[in-house]
Design a protein around this ligand. Sequence first.
Ligand code: SAM
Length: 356
Amino acid sequence: MISTTNTLSAGAGLSNFALIKKAESCHSLTKEEIIKLLEDNSINNNLFNVADNVRKQFVGDDVHLRALIEFSNICKCNCKYCGIRKDNNCIERYRMTEEEIISLAKLAKDLDYKTVVLQSGEDAFFSTEKLCKIIEQIKKLNLAVTLSIGEKTYQEYKDYKEAGADRYLLRIETTNRNLYEQMHPNMSFENRINCLNNLKELGYETGTGCLVGLPLQTVDSLAEDILFFKKLNADMVGLGPFIPAPNTPLQNEQGGDLTLALKVMAITRLLLPDINIPATTAMETLHPDGRIFALKSGANVVMPNITNINYKKKYTIYPGKAGENISAESHKKTVVDKIKSIGRNISQNYGFRTKV
Ligand code: SAM
């Protein structure tokens, strides 16, 4: 998968190896320079190694574990790529009770996690009042709380924050407005950006990211995505290859490429050296060692899924999700063993961004 050829690229300006060196020291690249790196597969090993060095220098060898709870697969949105989109009538829907969510948070605490990530479709059943009550109870366990529940109003984000939420994940998915609008019927690109700006303004550790390999997506657009992460000064960036999901409008499209997703991630590490970057489940889904490749190419976070198996199987955003059939306990053990096998440590702290 990873090329070992060591050729210097032709053309005006710096060689691609020199561009990587420049990004390592200045943490900036132009859009054209990013495109050159994304298009040249002969530099991949060097890019991944340098991103790994930058990760080590800025955020160290600790890997932060965040326990993921997928608490509802009910969604009012119709994102064309997503297996839990509203119009997919072929999946069984579920919604956890408040007690089930809290009991999973307690399990996270018992398994020594420091953060829980509450993720769901955009499910209006969970009113601000209900969510705030859940957040407050989880905070009493001395856990950090990350939310990943989609687009909300400024006031809703403010209420969750006041209830104790620490972080929020909302991928921009793509910064190409046309592609965004095609992929997200009845959603607004402006609103997505507003949501991210509001989260930043409210003091959340704000995570964003994109899908790599969406139909009609270009390298140019991926370069814009990376520059967007930098402009937003995202605290976390999660990148995932697009994986076609059955019973969606994109079910017959070609999926994203793992190497390209890793390259987007590695360049993001060069430009935002001190942020938290997860080795994502979608990467592990495409290759059994996808998370290891990611951890060796700039990532420093893993989000093991602690959702009960019967629910986890129904949170089918894409097929064959890594870790779908294993319990929270075994999943944690597998992830910890893998991390230790590459000489990295399990973080014992909350893993907030320390800005350098
Ligand atoms: N509703 C929340 C939101 O929109 O942010 C969180 C749930 S959403 C399912 C979480 C992420 O799943 C999305 O940001 C998207 O990038 C990813 N996702 C959805 N469908 C996918 C697919 N087919 N392949 C890879 N990732 C996918």
